[in-house]
Design a protein. Structure first.
Length: 436
């Protein structure tokens, strides 16, 4: 068989082609020329693959656009003992993620041009998943003074957020949205009223009371979203609510969309696949922000995914080292890793009959890409050859100990899932391959 270097052409044949952007779900083939998709479709190579083209036999597995993860904490620069751009990249491609967008809560904070450029440059040098930065909405994530959004956007920042902190000051949020409206930028909010969750560690309710733990009321999410939506109506700024976890919050976004406001939102796998019972006997791997909610809220998240209120699913990857998690529950840091489990846990929605495969993949490919203005998440001629080949039915058990992330704090540790990545391709290069 000719090697790829001779022509730069690679054919993926006998694949189940899935393109959520067009709704395509058909047996077919895809041709890569260098870094881009040269052709794709059910009729491609029906007469055989011409000589001089390398052939990858897909054996009927699903071939889809690489996942676009719109909420990742990479910890570099500043907390490389928890995660680095390289370890996050290795974890991402093992999970089929070819593009990830990183939060600005690094040390130093991503609130200047130099740090934006550092992240992009380091990711290019590593050559695994593509990394695109958010920039801080306020300087030093302090919530007081707006960052230089115009300059940061020119340098490559996709949107603006204070990461795991809410922009709590209404006047500051109004200014951010007004600026965003003027320049076509996006503000991403961690929707949580800070004063209502101070010193709290899990969802408020009977279960928290039984455990003797301070609870976060679901109203904290709704109150912040309600305030922000009034400011969106006032300013016309584009607004995105991250990791929604409550029925009230989702319903507010649903009504805002019906009223024509420029709003979008996402959730993360823990909020449709787990509930507060996962905390169990003070299990710190299940200490997340926002917290795991009650069963009624979990079902509301699923309904929001079904009816299209929730636009995307993000991993909400938040690596924490052992010293931050293997401590008493009240002292443990918030967060769980999620890059390698984003695809299989999302596929639970398919196996449970809630979404079709194309609908589920849309939430982790073209939908987040569209929100952020990324040319990614699509199988089309001329697009970057960022692909994931996966077996949607292969069953395996999540084992946090062997995660490729530097940190091992998965809320899904031990869970049986269906759906495993076989190969991940970035710009035409195979960057991960699972040996079956």
């Amino acid at each position: 068989m000719p090697n790829r270097a001779s022509t730069g052409l690679v054919a993926y044949v006998n694949a189940r082609l899935l393109d959520p952007a067009t709704g395509m779900d058909a047996k077919g083939a895809l041709l890569i020329n260098g870094e881009t998709i040269a052709d794709v479709g059910p009729g491609l190579f029906q007469a055989g693959v011409p000589s001089g083209i390398e052939v990858i036999e897909c054996d009927g597995l699903c071939l889809a656009p690489g996942l676009v993860d719109m909420r990742v904490q990479v910890r570099e620069p500043g907390e490389e003992h928890k995660e680095t751009l390289r370890s996050a990249g290795e974890s991402a491609v093992a999970g089929g993620v070819t593009s990830m967008v990183c939060l600005p809560n690094t040390h130093p904070v991503i609130d200047d041009v130099a740090t934006v450029e550092f992240v992009a440059r380091r990711a290019r040098q590593i050559g695994l998943a593509k990394v695109f930065p958010y920039a801080a909405a306020t300087k030093q994530l302090a919530g007081k003074e707006l960052a230089e959004m115009g300059m940061l956007a020119e340098a490559g920042a996709l949107a603006f957020t204070d990461g795991t902190r809410a922009i709590g000051d209404a006047k500051v949020m109004r200014r951010a949205l007004s600026y965003a409206a003027t320049f076509g930028l996006l503000i991403v909010q961690h929707p949580e009223e800070p004063s209502l969750v101070e010193d709290a560690v899990m969802n408020e309710g009977e279960f928290a009371t039984r455990l003797g733990l301070a609870g976060m009321p679901s109203a904290a999410e709704a109150i912040m979203i309600e305030r922000d939506l009034r400011l969106v109506a006032l300013t016309g700024g584009r607004y995105h609510a991250a990791h929604l976890s409550t029925a009230e919050g989702i319903d507010l976004i649903r009504r805002a969309k019906a009223n024509g406001l420029p709003v979008t939102c996402d959730t993360a796998p823990p909020y449709f696949a787990l509930n507060e019972q996962a905390v169990g006997d003070y299990r710190t791997f299940a200490k997340l922000s926002p917290p795991l909610r009650g069963e009624a809220d979990r079902l509301a998240v699923i309904e929001g995914l079904k009816d299209g209120t929730i636009d995307a699913i993000a991993s909400d990857h938040a690596p924490q080292d052992q010293d931050s998690k293997r401590v008493p529950f009240t002292m443990a840091e918030f967060g769980g890793i999620g890059l390698e489990t984003l695809l299989p846990v999302t596929l639970d929605l398919v196996h449970d009959g809630i979404l079709t495969l194309v609908e589920a993949l849309r939430l982790v490919t073209c939908a987040p890409a569209s929100i952020l203005g990324l040319a990614a998440g699509r199988l089309k001629t001329g697009a970057s050859a960022d692909l994931v080949l996966f077996d949607p039915d292969r069953t395996w058990a999540i084992d946090a100990k062997i995660a490729r992330s530097k940190s091992k704090n998965s809320p899904f540790d031990g869970r049986l899932v269906r759906g495993q990545v076989a190969r991940t391709v970035v710009d035409g290069r195979t960057v991960f391959r699972h040996e079956r």
